[in-house]
Write a protein that binds this ligand. Structure first.
Ligand code: COI
Length: 391
């Protein structure tokens, strides 16, 4: 059951009208509360057994939970080195979070379907506004590379992204329960159904997800075969966007490196082999390439948001934040975001519901990526680690 805490009732506090970066009592007050993590199975239960009573319960849980989760991230941003916190991109993210925090904490308890309809508009508004967060973060972190250690930056990014996933899942799930489209789709996303998502958790078929990723990638890397060699067709409930993101990203890395290793004989490129299997608790994907492996000097930096030029694309990228926003509405396009964060981001997605990614490499030969996705949905959201500003 989703628990609705009575500790914060909302609606009674004065609104903070400007970004008081280091002194915001409401943020401090909310950040004292720990988030209440939930499992995928709890969310799924609400999606499958919708009643008005559960809808209002869900609304009040989301209403109380989001400001707490945002307050923790606002506090993290306050702990960044001053020069990083004052970067214009980071400040933009801070302001967006502060606005959402205020909007949400000022929502009164939701007692009727009418209250819920208004609350849903607030959620839609916030989801839409926050589409710019990732590009701004990437640009901000790239501009501040010299002012923050790599460890702190990774810690900050991991915590922030994990929390962002959690908030967006909660908000989208509640909108779906309420029959509202989670995000207004843009003209750039003709391939999305008009009403947007109708379910956050979808009945996922491992082979189908892989085939979708392959068919999107094939035209971009002609001549490199992706072969599903051994596969049981596992079916399970999961957040489809999350798995698609991970598999697309890993396949794309393999294709990209295969292409660089064999630039002039694409027709003779070694194929990428994919294996899917499952046991009672997990689904496993293995993606194997012969793209030359990862040098020992690069391997330890694979999961870093800042090392080995992971932000290098941001520096040379000539697109606009608006293009990024258009892309973010479309998981397929978002996977192409040239922000250089695909691999660490995939790990955040995989670990979010208790899965993981590991990479084994033979330098000068090839790489195997292993993705484990728990299929029972009984693990709590991975929220526990906090950003630590101290060394
Ligand atoms: C985010 O996208 O970062 C959010 O926090 C969205 C939420 C306020 C609905």
């Amino acid at each position: 059951m989703i628990r609705v805490s009575k500790r914060l009732t909302g609606g009674s506090r004065a609104k903070v009208s400007e970004p008081q970066f280091y002194a915001n009592k409401a943020v401090q007050e909310y950040a004292q509360f720990k988030p209440t993590p939930i499992t995928l199975r709890q969310l799924l239960f609400y999606e499958r057994h919708r009643t008005n009573e559960r809808l209002l319960k869900s609304a009040n849980y989301v209403r109380q939970e989001l400001p707490i989760r945002i307050a923790h991230r606002l506090r993290d941003m306050q702990q960044l080195p001053f020069i990083v916190g004052m970067n214009s991109h980071i400040l933009t993210v801070y302001q967006l979070y502060l606005d959402a925090f205020e909007r949400l904490r000022c929502c009164k308890p939701i007692e009727t379907l009418g209250d819920n309809a208004r609350f849903c508009q607030t959620l839609q508004h916030s989801l839409q506004d926050h589409l710019v967060v990732i590009p701004h973060l990437a640009l901000g972190m790239q501009e501040c590379q010299e002012y923050i250690t790599i460890e702190k930056r990774d810690n900050f990014m991991n915590t922030l992204l994990r929390s962002r996933i959690s908030r967006r899942v909660l908000a989208e799930q509640h909108l779906v329960l309420s029959g509202c489209p989670p995000v207004v789709t843009s003209a750039a996303n003709d391939d999305l159904p008009e009403s947007g998502k109708t379910m956050v958790f979808q009945h996922c078929k491992a082979q189908q997800i892989l085939r979708n990723c392959i068919s999107r990638l094939e035209p971009k890397y002609p001549g490199i075969k992706m072969i599903i060699q051994q596969s049981c067709d596992v079916e399970f409930s999961y957040v489809l966007d999350h798995i698609e993101y991970i598999l697309y990203q890993i396949l794309r890395n393999s294709l990209c490196h295969t292409k660089s290793r064999h630039p002039s004989h694409l027709h003779a490129c070694p194929p990428i082999y994919i294996t899917v299997c499952a046991n009672d608790t997990d689904v496993y994907f293995r993606i194997s390439d012969k793209a030359g492996g990862i040098p020992a000097s690069v391997y330890p930096q694979l999961w870093s948001f800042g090392r080995h030029g992971n932000f290098k694309n941001v520096k040379t990228w000539t697109g606009t934040i608006n293009e990024q926003i258009a892309n973010e509405n479309d998981p397929a396009a978002a996977q192409l975001m040239p922000l250089g964060m695909g691999l660490p981001m995939s790990k955040v997605y995989a670990e979010f519901w208790g899965g993981d990614i590991s990479i084994m490499t033979l330098d000068n030969f090839g790489t195997d990526a292993y993705v484990r996705i728990p299929k029972l949905g009984d693990q709590l959201e991975h929220l526990d680690e906090e950003f630590s500003a101290s060394d």
